[in-house]
Design a protein around this ligand. Structure first.
Ligand code: FE2
Ligand code: FE2
Length: 305
């Protein structure tokens, strides 16, 4: 998750020259850290989509950059990508962690997450930075999206970028009931749906990036240089971090299976031990080290944004 550290730095687009700069800096970095922590709650609750927020954030960053947006806009859209599914915190486990296709009623429950996320975020002092991504990432240019059914130019750019990147990651990620699509198939669907489900301009950019192999280091990864690994027993993602090392134990938070990390082919491989983890082993891990690092390194003044 070193990417988030860079993101926090990139958000420092307006250093303040005032005498109370250090106070403002530390306040703004604490606020940013609290936003990032909120995003982590979502990742911690859903064992099936490990790294989804990071990947959507990375894809959104690449598309916004290709669109020629300013550094501040790119950083803001990346942050929106990381926060977009915040409202899933409020979706019941039986729906969020279901390892089968959703029924129509369950899908209706999932569809509440953009509004729920917007309400949860509303009290945060930095809510404005990412509110469009959280509330509107399932809107569609043809007006058939939710929760508002906005169409065309009424959908903010941040929501359009995050929307196409979110769908691309959903298509190319494995689920317990289906394998992720190959890159070209997912890009073909985005091409077909450009102008309907997805914004034509941003869809075109994502397709270009995909065909130029610029998405390869993100697709199938949960962090830079960390390929996704899946529990062979039940399917969910085993989340490795930059701090993971050979010899460490790792647990599937769905089936409780224990794995040991071993070095293989220059990377780490999770080998099943045949043992089960205790409840305390299965607690979701918040990357507090990352959040603290962001808080310390934050150099931005949101007071002047
Ligand atoms: Fe979503
Ligand atoms: Fe999502």
């Amino acid at each position: 998750m070193a990417y988030l550290t860079k993101l926090a730095g990139a958000l420092g687009w307006c250093p303040t020259p005032s005498s109370n700069r250090s106070t403002i800096e530390s306040e703004s970095s604490s606020l940013l850290a609290s936003l990032l922590t909120m995003a982590w709650f979502v990742e911690a609750r859903d064992p099936y989509t490990g790294g989804h927020l990071w990947r959507v954030s990375r894809y959104a960053h690449l598309v916004a950059k290709r669109a020629g947006m300013s550094g501040a806009q790119v950083a803001r859209i990346s942050l929106g990508g990381f926060l977009h599914d915040l409202g899933k915190i409020g979706v019941p486990d039986a729906v969020l962690r279901k390892n089968d296709r959703l029924t129509e009623e369950e899908y209706e429950i999932i569809k509440t997450h953009p509004s729920m996320g917007a309400r949860m975020l509303a009290g945060h002092p930095l809510a404005d930075l990412v509110q469009d991504a959280v509330r509107l990432h399932h809107e569609r240019p043809d007006g058939k999206g939710y929760p508002m059914g906005l169409a065309g130019a009424r959908i903010p750019e941040m929501a359009l970028v995050v929307g196409v990147c979110d769908a691309f990651d959903a298509m190319t990620s494995h689920r317990p009931y289906r394998a992720g699509m190959p890159l070209e198939k997912a890009l073909g669907i985005i091409e077909t749906e450009a102008g309907n489900q997805f914004d034509s301009r941003f869809a075109k950019m994502l397709i270009e990036l995909g065909r130029e192999k610029e998405l390869d280091h993100v697709m199938g990864h949960s962090d830079e240089g960390i390929p996704l690994q899946h529990c062979p027993n039940c399917g969910p993602t085993l989340v490795l971090t930059k701090r993971s090392q050979a010899g460490q134990s790792l647990y599937c938070r769905n089936c409780a299976g224990q794995f040991q990390l071993i070095s293989r082919d220059g990377g780490l491989f999770a080998k099943p031990t045949g043992r089960m983890g205790r409840p305390s082993d299965l607690e979701p891990e918040l990357d507090t080290e990352l959040v603290q690092r962001n808080g310390q390194r934050g150099r931005c003044s949101f007071a002047q944004r």
